[in-house]
Ligand binder design. Structure first.
Ligand SMILES: [Cu+2]
Length: 482
């Protein structure tokens, strides 16, 4: 371990790049661990306790972290599709938190947004009645102004909505064997190995950028997979970093699901861009027995970093996680299934109300110097807990034309799934062809969205940028559905 400690200590100041992380993986390879699985499909009840802990990510000592039922991040919840589950969330921390069920189609009063905070020492009992198809969702804190810091400390976890029919679909279902959950997060650590969330001016502007990557809260690990088809459920749980992912040997990934569920059939792709808040599921063929490495190229938002003075120094590609094949592990699926049974959006824009949504960045240093939760805006207005921005009728369908300026923004809407009609006037990319709840806006994206879940004035739904520093800074708005 001495070498590894010294090595990591030597990383300080180096750009986030392939070399150092690859060397960590070679020097001291640990197997990647999955988050513990909390299966509520039988009991239809689960309990999460938000708690303090200590985590040593780097071998340098470490420091205080937060998690659910553990010291950092939370368990993977397996919840039944088409049934109701009773949740219990205990907050043992010394500040208020919330637990937003990102991607769940449930009413505003149980959505876990900024209006449903859980005070220290108290418990929240939301009933989660899931009428939606199977999907990989996630949960995270969503306290206005504190989301970035609380998620950075560890208040996040993954959800598998499961209808029990994946085996019949020919999909891998063995948790942690051929069905892997991968939470991608970047972090910075200080010399004691404590999470460093000090925000520089470029961080406040562009969103927080770490210089090392954690997968499921672990640094420098290797995933070990069977000699067969392996399913990767990818979550970008980072505050701001966008990952353009591919395998270093250019092997195909077979896209099977977007944020809100399955495609009708797998689509082979070589690369996949995953923005904060998004989930994608892919199948990867390891039946040839060859190891592979999932890599990311530079954050595309950093390419514009020159304007912020030096933010672009962290360019270049880097290792996300290497995969080794262990032929002793059971390989249950040996072929990519032909049909997934997902029902795709119909791609037709009906004649409905159209709205323009602009994601506004601060203009100039004067704006940047303002108080921190009112620098960013949507349609010219910073988020205000007391102001309802839109009032919609239950069952309404609308086209939202969402525009970004200066940089890319992942746009998330609570309580719905939507279809992408167009990206900059063109047919959406393959990765945006399925049901989504978060979409990366680079210019203009048109979405078609139906509002089926209710949200009253006391418990409105949010729509916001999922770069958490932008969200905390006011790039968020709220709507009712009645
Ligand atoms: Cu943004």
């Amino acid at each position: 371990m001495t070498n590894r400690r010294a090595f990591i200590a030597g990383l300080a100041g180096l750009p986030f790049a392939t070399g150092p992380l690859a060397a960590i993986a070679q020097g001291s390879v640990r197997a990647l661990a999955m988050p513990p699985l909390l299966d509520a499909t039988r009991d239809r009840h689960f309990r999460l306790t938000a708690q303090k802990g200590k985590t040593d990510f780097t071998g340098l000592g470490g420091g205080e972290t937060w998690g659910f039922n553990q010291s950092f991040l939370g368990p993977t919840l397996r919840l039944p599709a088409g049934a109701s589950t009773q949740a219990q969330i205990d907050n043992t921390l010394s500040e208020k938190i919330s637990v937003h069920w990102h991607g769940m189609l449930i009413p505003g009063e149980v959505d876990g947004g900024p209006h449903q905070t859980i005070e220290p020492g108290t418990t929240w009992f939301p009933e989660l009645d899931l009428t939606q198809p199977p999907a990989t969702l996630w949960y995270h804190s969503h306290v206005h102004g504190d989301t970035g810091r609380q998620v950075q400390r560890g208040l996040a976890g993954v959800i598998h909505v499961d209808d029990g029919r994946d085996d019949a679909r020919g999909l891998p279902i063995s948790y942690g064997v051929d069905d892997l959950t991968l939470v991608l997060q970047d972090r910075r650590f200080d010399r004691q190995g404590r999470i460093d969330y000090g925000l520089s001016m470029p961080d406040q502007m562009m969103g927080f950028m770490g210089n090392v990557i954690l997968v499921n809260g672990q640094l420098g690990t290797q995933a070990v997979v069977p000699r067969g088809i392996v399913r990767l459920r990818l979550l970008n749980g980072s505050n701001a970093r966008i990952y353009p992912l591919s395998f270093s040997d250019r092997r195909e990934m077979h896209l099977i699901a977007t944020d809100s569920g399955y495609l009708n059939q797998p689509v082979a792709i070589e690369s996949l861009v995953i923005a904060p808040g998004e989930r994608y599921e892919v199948l990867v063929d390891f039946s040839g027995g060859e190891a592979g490495t999932l890599v990311s190229s530079a954050n595309p938002n950093q390419m514009m970093g020159g304007m912020m003075g030096g933010a672009s120094t962290a360019g270049g590609s880097f290792v996300v996680v290497p995969f080794g094949v262990d032929a002793r592990l059971p390989a249950r699926i040996l072929e990519i299934p032909a049909d997934l049974g997902g029902v795709l959006p119909d791609g037709e824009a009906r004649s409905v109300n159209t709205r323009q949504i602009t994601l506004d960045m601060p203009m100039g240093m004067g704006m940047m110097m303002r108080r921190s939760n009112d620098r960013f805006a949507i349609n010219g207005q910073s988020f205000d807990m007391g102001r309802i921005d839109l009032s919609l009728s239950k069952g309404a369908t609308e086209i939202w034309q969402v525009s970004s300026n200066m940089m890319m923004h992942p746009f998330h809407v609570h309580g719905v799934r939507f279809q992408v009609l167009a990206e900059n006037g063109k047919k959406p990319s393959i990765q945006n062809s399925g049901w989504k709840d978060t979409v990366l806006v680079n210019g203009r994206v048109d979405i078609l969205v139906s509002f089926e879940q209710t949200a009253d004035r006391a418990n409105p739904f949010m729509y916001h940028c999922h770069i958490l520093e932008h969200e905390d800074g006011g790039m968020m708005a709220q709507f009712t559905v009645t």
